[in-house]
Structure formats: structure tokens, C-alpha cells
Write a protein that binds this ligand. Structure first.
Ligand code: PHE
Length: 382
């Protein structure tokens, strides 16, 4: 009698155990059915075209991988967040992506000031971050989980200064930059130092606060000091206004800028004033390499416009990250970052391998604005 009761209890226990074991497996299985990747960029704010292009580039890459079966046999899910071009907002969305959404990597992030806020969070939590467009040198200095697919500003500033001095023949230059923005401030310093190294004269080094819309006082100083060229390493909305106001004040010299100019809105805001301006960039849609032309065609078909640098960098950053996950054979952050270190990738923005500081060695393209279009001028290798 007792034996029977024991036996029934034993069978029940075993049965319950078996059920909870199998359902346990099922939930585990479900949790890894898709691989979540976080995307970040300014979808709203002063530079919203950057975020929209970044999201487009990432979506295109993810869609292509998913069409081929995903990565490690699982579908990829992109969770894209708007950092609003604001460092505090960036820190919030990075934390959410990692802690709540449980993304295995973060890809994108354009503005250096936002990446500088997000990178230490990714590093501390052991989640690899591959920046598409943040060029300030300090971004990857946060540690071995932080990579980028773009060149850095020490190089961009140097190329700009050389171009001003040798190609445009400028000997006296003036600068104007946003003092609250790590990218524009850093780049101004790199340009200034190189221009002085070359023997040129920096006749003015003017700054303005973030969000300013009237630059006339600073521009008047630069014009009075005899600047033949004004260097404007800034985002497109500021840069366009600065050029407009300089022309209104009668400035006749050259304008030279940086990757931040890359937006269809530069010409929309700046109109005739931006015509003839030069800027350094990561990519030209006129690059005749077949992989570039194929990408331009696919992008145009899907989004109805030409890709600019940000879409291209984001596409490369996502492809590199997914390739690293595949090479690692795992979604473990430590393994992904090891695979990233060894990546060799022929991207649309150039051939990408990382140096010991997790930066790629890439050329800078110089573009000219002609009839409202970006026209390829030259490329400079490191
Ligand atoms: N390099 C800029 C930054 O670091 C961002 C940017 C990249 C803007 C490429 C336009 C094109 O803030």
C-alpha cells in the first residue's frame, strides 16, 4: 500500500520535472531565435539627415543578411534608437539598448559627442560598439570593445590643411567652430596645427556656442583679419548658415569644410552661398569600384535617393559587425570583439582592417559643390 503511494509520488515528481525541463529549454530556445543589434543615430534634432541615412544603411545590410538566412542560422533584428544629437539622450538610449533590449552589439552613432557618451557604457558592459561616423580620436580610446569604420580627425584636419595650403594656395586662413562640440572643436585644432606647420598663418580662431544662429561678429573678425579661406568644420545646418552670412558680409574667399557638411540639406539651407565650397569626406558615389556602384544602385532603388557618406559608413559598420559575429561563431561580446580585431573587409567606403587602436586606415575624399551637387575632386591616402 505504502509502496504504491511512494511510486505514484515518484512518478509525479519525475513527470513535473520533465515538463519544467522541456519548457525551460523552449524559453531558452526562443530567447536566441533572433540576434538583436542596436542601432543609434540622430533621427531628430539639428542633424536629422545623419540619423535617417544611418538607419537606412543599417536596414539595407540587415535585410541582405536576413535574405541569405541571417547569421549563425538566426534572423537579425535591428533595434534603432534616436539619440537626438544629444549626449545625455545618447547615454540613456545606450543603456536601454543594452540593459532592456539585450542587444549583442551597437552599430552606428554619428556625432562624436554622442559616441563619447555611449562608448564608456558599452565598454563597461562588455558590448562591442562599431561607430559608423564618429571621427573624434577619443571615441575608441575608451577601450577594446570600441571600434569605428571611419578615419579620424587628426588625419581629416591634416588633409584639409594641406589642401588649403597646396591646392588652393591659401596662406591666411580663419576658422570658426562650435565650442560645445567635441568634433568641431577637435578638428579645428588639428587643422590649425597643421596649417601653421606648413608655414601658413591662422588669422583668426573664432568659436560660437552650440545652437547659435548668428555668426556675424566672428565672421567680421575673420574678414577684417584678411582670411583668404574660412575653415568650417561643422555640421551642415551650422555650416550652411555660416557660409550664407559670410557671403552677406562680403567675403569673397574660399570655404573649406569637413564630413559634417554631408547632407542634402546643406544646399537647401545654404543655397548659392555653398556653391564652390570644398569638403573632406569618407565616400563619393562617383567611385567607380563595382561594389560601390552596386551599393549606390540598390540604395537608390530602396530609398529613392543617392547614399551619402553616412549611409555608406553605416552599411559597412553593420556588415562588419555581422561578419564578426559569424566569424566568432557566437554572440558573446568578448568573442565578437576578438573577431572584430581580425576583420578584413572590402567595404563600400574602402578596405577596412583595424589598427591597434581599433581605427581603420582609410583615405579621405575631397568633394566640391558644383551646381548644388557633390563632385569628386581628389582622394588622399594616409
Ligand atoms: N564625423 C562627425 C562627428 O564625429 C559625424 C559625421 C560623419 C557627419 C560623417 C557627417 C558625415 O561628429
Amino acid at each position: 500500500m505504502f509502496k504504491k503511494v511512494y511510486l505514484t509520488i515518484l512518478i509525479m515528481v519525475l513527470f513535473i520535472g520533465l515538463i519544467s525541463f522541456t519548457t525551460g529549454c523552449q524559453t531558452k530556445e526562443k530567447a536566441v531565435e533572433e540576434i538583436k543589434i542596436g542601432g543609434v543615430g540622430p533621427i531628430s534634432g539639428e542633424a536629422s539627415t545623419y540619423g535617417i541615412s544611418t538607419r537606412n544603411g543599417e536596414n539595407l545590410a540587415v535585410e541582405e543578411w536576413n535574405a541569405k538566412g541571417g547569421v549563425l542560422g538566426k534572423k537579425i533584428k535591428l533595434i534603432f534608437e534616436d539619440d537626438k544629437g544629444d549626449a545625455t539622450e545618447a547615454a540613456t538610449v545606450w543603456t536601454e539598448l543594452i540593459d532592456q533590449d539585450k542587444v549583442v552589439a551597437i552599430v552606428g552613432s554619428v556625432m562624436s559627442k554622442c559616441s563619447l557618451a555611449g562608448a564608456p557604457i558599452a565598454q563597461a558592459k562588455g558590448v562591442p560598439f562599431v561607430s559608423s561616423g564618429s571621427t573624434n580620436p577619443r571615441v575608441t580610446e575608451y577601450g577594446d570593445y570600441i571600434f569605428r569604420v571611419c578615419f579620424i580627425d587628426s588625419f581629416q584636419g591634416k588633409v584639409g590643411a594641406n589642401f588649403a595650403y597646396y591646392d588652393l594656395g591659401a596662406r591666411k586662413v580663419g576658422l570658426i567652430f562650435d565650442v560645445g562640440n567635441d568634433y568641431t572643436k577637435g578638428l579645428s585644432e588639428f587643422f590649425r596645427d597643421q596649417f601653421i606647420n606648413l608655414g601658413g598663418e591662422v588669422v583668426g580662431f573664432e568659436s560660437h556656442p552650440t545652437g547659435a544662429t548668428d555668426f556675424k561678429a566672428q565672421l567680421t573678425n575673420l574678414i577684417k583679419a584678411g582670411a583668404e579661406l574660412i575653415y568650417i568644420p561643422d555640421y551642415y545646418s551650422d555650416a550652411a548658415l555660416i557660409m550664407k552670412q559670410a557671403r552677406e558680409l562680403g567675403f569673397k574667399g574660399y570655404f573649406l569644410g569637413s564630413d559634417g557638411w554631408d547632407s542634402p540639406d546643406l544646399v537647401k539651407i545654404g543655397g548659392d552661398a555653398v556653391e564652390g565650397g570644398f569638403f573632406t569626406n569618407h565616400f563619393s558615389k562617383d567611385d567607380q569600384r563595382p561594389e560601390v556602384q552596386e551599393f549606390v544602385k540598390k540604395y537608390k532603388e530602396k530609398f529613392g535617393q543617392d547614399p551619402e557618406a553616412l549611409a555608406s559608413l553605416a552599411y559597412d559598420a553593420m556588415n562588419i559587425t555581422l561578419t564578426a559575429i559569424q566569424n566568432a561563431g557566437s554572440t558573446d561580446g568578448a568573442k565578437i570583439k576578438e573577431a572584430l580585431k581580425n576583420i578584413e573587409f572590402n567595404g563600400v567606403t574602402g578596405f577596412i582592417t583595424f589598427d591597434e587602436n581599433r581605427n581603420p586606415v582609410k583615405s579621405v575624399v575631397i568633394l566640391e559643390i558644383k551646381n548644388g551637387q557633390q563632385v569628386y575632386k581628389t582622394a588622399v591616402n594616409p
